[in-house]
Write a protein that binds this ligand. Structure first.
Ligand code: MTE
Length: 313
């Protein structure tokens, strides 16, 4: 496994130090808030932002804690409650793990994960993560750019889209015994979205192995799109020339589209997308304004030139 970044978040701020610092600040803020009524939890989190140089795409916002990121999840294969994945996902066997890559590629086949990891650069990226349900987090992921894996597979010139599939193993994923969704979970990206350097295949967070509830051992992270695009526990990747039908669109195309770019201007039919609740912000934290493309417009805006984002939601 290779690491690209010289300066890793986990190396600068070990998680224990980070958590202690946060507990201390949280405690102070809590006390002051009671005393003066002026301080909310939000400024404490801002002060707690890592004070080191971050590179490239990373956000300067304070990351959520490991505990928050791993205890409030959406992973319907393990239940629909936010606490269900943390409670149930330990049943998933993640080693050995292989990813089948097929379709419009020069080198189709079964790729062993360990083999993939020996050929890619593992990086650290601190990304905002915005769920379509209007909650958000800031997550320090470890992973590699998807474009590295697709390049290994050899993209053919006729390929226009990438389709992803989650593992189907009902004996280990109890949610798959119920007809909640059309299993396995499927997602898709346009090829240029998949090749974008922001698009990550996550293998860990906070410098640790990816916990099962977060999509171990390999999940997609597309930070400018709603969280449901970031498909977990991937076993199959298909290069295709037709737009894949993603799971949530297949369930309700009026509410969930293919593109699913974070967009405060296009409301979900049942709630506004103009603001969001940052997990861990505390009971009285103000909602944050949602930013177009989740704040990554500078990096990805050009991908959508000429596309009507109210129709292509
Ligand atoms: N992938 C699979 N296979 N199954 C799921 O239910 N939920 C999606 C996405 N990927 C989901 C999935 C949704 S709705 C969100 S918001 C994110 O995973 C949540 O990721 P997290 O639990 O790591 O925060």
């Amino acid at each position: 496994m290779k690491f690209k970044s010289d300066l890793k978040y986990s190396a600068v701020t070990p998680e224990a130090t980070y958590l202690n610092r946060r507990a201390l600040l949280g405690g102070l803020a809590g006390g002051a808030a009671l005393g003066s009524g002026l301080l909310s939890a939000a400024p404490a989190r801002a002060q707690d932002a890592p004070d080191f140089e971050i590179k490239g795409f990373d956000t300067t916002e304070a990351p959520n804690t490991f505990e928050e990121i791993t205890s409030y999840n959406n992973f319907y294969e393990f239940g629909t409650g936010k606490e269900d994945p943390a409670r149930n996902a330990h049943t998933l066997t993640t080693d050995p793990w292989a990813v089948e890559i097929d379709g419009l590629v020069d080198n189709p086949g079964s790729y062993d994960l360990a083999d993939i990891l020996s050929k890619v650069d593992i990086d650290e990226r601190i990304y905002r993560f915005r769920c379509v349900e209007a909650w958000s987090m800031v997550i320090p992921w470890n992973g590699f750019e998807l474009n590295q894996l697709l390049t290994l597979a050899g993209i053919q010139s006729s390929a226009k889209y990438v389709r992803f599939e989650t593992l189907f193993r009902p004996e280990e994923m109890p949610g798959q015994k119920r007809a909640l969704l059309d299993w396995p979970y499927v997602e898709g990206l346009r090829l240029d979205e998949a090749m974008h350097p922001l698009t990550l295949m996550a293998t860990g967070l906070y410098g640790k192995e990816l916990p099962n509830q977060n999509g171990a051992p390999l999940r997609l992270v597309v930070p400018w799109k709603y969280g449901f695009k970031s498909i977990k526990s991937i076993v199959k990747i298909t290069l295709t020339d037709t737009q894949p039908l993603n799971t949530w669109k297949s369930i309700n195309a009026r509410e969930y589209g293919f593109y699913s770019n974070v967009n405060p201007e296009v409301s979900h039919p049942r709630w506004t997308q103009s603001s969001e609740r940052r997990i861990g912000g505390g009971l009285f934290a103000k909602r944050l304004e949602t930013v177009k493309f989740n704040g990554y417009e500078e990096q990805v805006g050009d991908l959508y030139k000429g596309l009507d984002l109210t129709k292509n939601y």
